[in-house]
Design a protein around this ligand. Structure first.
Ligand SMILES: Cc1cc2nc3c(=O)[nH]c(=O)nc-3n(C[C@H](O)[C@H](O)[C@H](O)COP(=O)(O)OP(=O)(O)OC[C@H]3O[C@@H](n4cnc5c(N)ncnc54)[C@H](O)[C@@H]3O)c2cc1C
Length: 338
C-alpha cells in the first residue's frame, strides 16, 4: 500500500518531524517490484530508501518517495567445516542478526552487537565498532540498480568499503540493497583490543570467551555509554573521526599538548572527534531543543519537540567552532536528507 503525506517522526531515531509525499514498505522482491512499477514511484523526482532511520537527519519534509526496506529472512547459502555463508534480508534488524550469529557460536560480528538499524544499511556506511567493520564479513551485496530497476550483485572488493564509507553511501539515489551475503567463521579469534572488552572479560574470570560472551560485554558497555533509542532524539555519533597529517597534528599539539590520536599509515593520524568536542565544552551542552549527550559529546541530541532545521543549525555551529579552533573540518557520519 502506498501512503501519501506520511509523517516520518516515529521512523527516525532523531525524532524530527518530516512528511514524505509518498511512502511504502517492501517486504520481499515482489512487493519491491510492485512499488517500483507504480505511478507514484515514477512520478516522484526523488527517492529515499529507509531502514531503521538510525543514521539519518531529515531537515525538511521529503517531497519524493520514501521506500522502507522490510525484506526479511536469514537463509544458509553454503557451509563447510570452517565457515557458513548466509543471505540476510535487508530489513532484518542488525542486532537480531548478531544475536542469531552468536547463538549459533559463529564468529565475526560479535563486536558489532547492539548497533541499531537494519542489515541492508550495514554495507552503506560499513558499520564498525570495537575494532571490527562489516566489510570484514560481507561477501556480496544483492541490490536493485536505479533508475532501471535491474537486479544486480556486487562482490566485497567492488563495494569500495572504507572508514564509514562505501560505493552505496556515495551514490544514495542508485542502490536499493535487498539482501546481504555474510560469511561467518566456526573457529574464530576474539578481537579484544578496543575499549574495556578485555578488562571486563578478566573481571568476569572468562579466559576463553565465546562470541556470546563478547557480545554480552559489548552490549553492557554500549548500554552504559549510549542513550537508548527513543529516550532522546539522536543518531549515534554525529561526526566521523577526522584524519589529519602529522604536520597538522604538531600544530595542534602546540596549543593542545594533551591531544588524543591514533597513528595511521602514510604519516596520517586519526583524532577522536569526541575528544575535540569535549575540549570545546560540548558534552552535556543544551540550547533550546538540541544539544550534545551528557555522557558522549559526539552524540548530537534533540528533545523531540524541535525540527531537523534546529538540529542542523546546531551541527553547523559545531563544525564552524571546530574549524575556528582546530582548523579541522568535521564531516558528518549521519546522512543529511534534504
Ligand atoms: C545509539 C546509536 C549507536 C550507533 N552506533 C553505531 C556504531 O557503533 N557504529 C556504526 O557504524 N554506526 C552506529 N550507529 C549508526 C547506525 O546504527 C548505523 O549506521 C546503521 O547501519 C543504520 O541503519 P538503519 O537501518 O537505521 O539506516 P537508516 O538510518 O535508515 O539509513 C542510513 C542510510 O543508509 C541508506 N539505506 C538504508 N537501508 C538501505 C538499503 N536497503 N538499500 C540502500 N540504502 C539503504 C539510507 O538511504 C541512508 O542513506 C549508531 C546509531 C545509534 C542511534
Amino acid at each position: 500500500m502506498i501512503e501519501t503525506n506520511k509523517n516520518l517522526k516515529d521512523l527516525n531515531t532523531f525524532m524530527v518531524p518530516a512528511v514524505a509525499r509518498y511512502f511504502a514498505s517492501a517486504t520481499n522482491n515482489d512487493s519491491l517490484y510492485r512499488i517500483l512499477a507504480s505511478n507514484e514511484w515514477s512520478e516522484s523526482e526523488k527517492h529515499f530508501v529507509l531502514g531503521g532511520g538510525s543514521n539519518i537527519l531529515f531537515i525538511n519534509d521529503y517531497d519524493g518517495f520514501v521506500l522502507k526496506n522490510e525484506i526479511s529472512g536469514i537463509d544458509i547459502v553454503s557451509e563447510d567445516n570452517d565457515s557458513i555463508t548466509v543471505r540476510v534480508g535487508a530489513g532484518v534488524s542488525w542486532h537480531d542478526f548478531v544475536m542469531w550469529s552468536v547463538k549459533h557460536n559463529y564468529w565475526g560480528i560479535e563486536n558489532l552487537a547492539y548497533i541499531p538499524g537494519t542489515v541492508g544499511a550495514a554495507p552503506v556506511q560499513n558499520i564498525g565498532a570495537y575494532g571490527v567493520e562489516a566489510a570484514s564479513v560481507i561477501s556480496s551485496v544483492e541490490y536493485v540498480l536505479l533508475p532501471d530497476a535491474e537486479k544486480k550483485v556486487l562482490f566485497n572488493n567492488e563495494c569500495n568499503f572504507d572508514y564509514r564509507n562505501s560505493i552505496f553511501k556515495k551514490n544514495p539515489e542508485k542502490y536499493i540493497i535487498t539482501y546481504v551475503y555474510i560469511t561467518l567463521q566456526k573457529k574464530g579469534k576474539a578481537m579484544l583490543n578496543y575499549g574495556r572488552v578485555a578488562e571486563s572479560l578478566t573481571e568476569k574470570g572468562i579466559k576463553n570467551p565465546t562470541p556470546q560472551d563478547i557480545a554480552t560485554i559489548i552490549i553492557d558497555i554500549r548500554k552504559s555509554k549510549l542513550p537508548k533509542v527513543g529516550e532522546v532524539g539522536m543518531a549515534g555519533s554525529f561526526f566521523k573521526n577526522p584524519i589529519i597529517s602529522k604536520k597538522q597534528l604538531s600544530e595542534i599539539q602546540e596549543k593542545f599538548p594533551q591531544v588524543k590520536y591514533f597513528d595511521l599509515e602514510n604519516d596520517m593520524v586519526k583524532i577522536p572527534a569526541g575528544w575535540i568536542l569535549d575540549e570545546l565544552g560540548y558534552r552535556g551542552f543544551t540550547s533550546g531543543n538540541v544539544g550534545n549527550y551528557k555522557n558522549h559529546a559526539l552524540i548530537v541530541t534533540h528533545n523531540g519537540n524541535g525540527t531537523g532545521v534546529e538540529v542542523y543549525k546546531h551541527v553547523k555551529n559545531i563544525i564552524k567552532k571546530v574549524h575556528e579552533v582546530f582548523s579541522i573540518d568535521l564531516e558528518p557520519e549521519v546522512n543529511i536528507v534534504i
